[in-house]
Write a protein that binds this ligand. Structure first.
Ligand code: TYM
Length: 345
């Protein structure tokens, strides 16, 4: 494998209702990685349309995710922020990967099974091929590290499978074109910390999600301080005091979730939270969580609102980011065309 510099890539879908799970599982970690890596953060509008989106809403949500990135602390001048459809290489490489990935691999994807449900015959072909486009997003930039929440783990394993099969299928051509033993890196998922799977505030057995019909199930990044405080106060709990050891959270999904949220928001660990609040009443812990959540999340909504007031400034950020992304992407597409055997000018 040719030596590759470390590069981070990750994406967020512009499908509305960005929430605390997206923040703790992904965006907050995107911010931290800026200090140690070259980062590319993408608003994945091509992924969003695998399920029908209202065109005006799609534009608004694309700008809203961009505003959230910036409000949370991503610096689009030092790193790259753009929307996927502005760099055509994503769609081109996805097609090539559709011809590398096997039906059997995609048939195993649990997210597809969940999203398609009983209506498999009627979902878009794009929804089935979704993970192949995701592999293209990552490998177009030869990203080595991808920060995501737990729910994306299987997609990242598939990305490695596609990279590996491409490297094997075209090994001779890769070498003949001067790329050594492998063209694509085997990407490392970065799934770490106390909040890789934030659960619904109403039901500790369900993931916090953009599409849950109950707004009380999630804290939206657009919620103001009153809304945040109200949702934390109303969050489902059980009648027991908090345990002193992490093992005591095992059969208590709601308590486990809130302790994980506290730990992630305060950059600590679940055990650290229990050292402070274990043995005490839930009410005291919840009051502290209300203060912490309002303190950390409250300013994000205000900043997003300020940024959203100037959509042309947001669009300029995406256009500039896309231009810089394209420089890297175009080189990969040229290399891949040569490797696969496509005549080009
Ligand atoms: P999306 O838009 O559903 O979610 C964006 C990020 O948020 C994480 N996440 C969560 N983390 C913890 N707890 C939760 N309840 C929770 N809900 C969501 C997701 O894991 C994700 O990191 N397929 C991706 C988008 C994508 C992508 C990529 C990601 C497209 N191409 C390439 C990485 C690399 C998705 O649907 O994320």
């Amino acid at each position: 494998m040719a030596a590759v510099a470390e590069r981070v890539f990750s994406g967020v879908q512009p499908t509305g209702n960005l929430h605390l799970g997206n923040y703790l599982g992904a965006i907050k970690r995107f911010v931290a990685l800026q200090e140690s890596h070259d980062c590319i953060y993408c608003v994945v509008d091509l992924h969003a349309i695998t399920v029908w989106q209202d065109p005006e809403e799609l534009k608004r949500h694309t700008r809203e995710v961009t505003a959230a990135f910036i409000a949370c602390g991503i610096d689009p001048t030092r790193h790259i922020v753009f929307n996927q459809s502005q760099v055509s290489g994503h769609a081109e490489l996805a097609w090539i990967f559709n011809c590398v990935a096997r039906m059997g691999w995609l048939n195993r994807m649990t997210q597809f099974k969940e999203k398609a449900g009983k209506d498999r015959e009627n979902v878009s072909l794009g929804l089935f091929a979704y993970p192949s486009l995701m592999a293209a997003d990552i490998l177009l930039y030869k990203a080595t590290h991808v920060p995501v929440g737990e729910d994306q783990k299987q997609h990242l394993e598939l990305t490695r499978d596609i990279a590996q099969k491409f490297n094997v299928d075209f090994a001779a051509s890769i070498a003949a074109n001067g790329h050594g033993e492998g063209y694509f890196p085997l990407t490392e998922p970065l799934i770490a910390g106390p909040a890789t799977r934030v659960m619904s505030l109403r039901d500790g057995s369900k993931k916090m999600s953009k599409s849950d019909p109950s707004d009380f199930s999630r804290i939206n990044l657009t919620d103001d301080k009153e809304a945040i405080a109200g949702k934390v106060r109303k969050a489902k709990t059980d009648p027991e005091p908090l345990p002193s050891e992490e093992a005591g959270l095992k059969a208590r999904p709601e308590a486990d979730n809130l302790v994980g949220i506290y730990a992630a928001l305060s950059d600590g660990t679940k055990q650290g939270v229990l050292d402070e609040y274990g043995g005490g009443q839930f009410s005291a812990f919840k009051a502290a969580l209300v203060d912490l959540a309002v303190d950390k999340l409250g300013p994000i909504a205000g900043e997003m609102q300020r940024l959203m007031a100037d959509t042309s400034a947001i669009d300029a950020i995406l256009i500039d980011g896309a231009a810089r992304a394209r420089v890297i992407a175009d080189q990969t597409i040229r290399d891949v065309k040569d490797i696969v055997g496509m005549v080009r000018g």
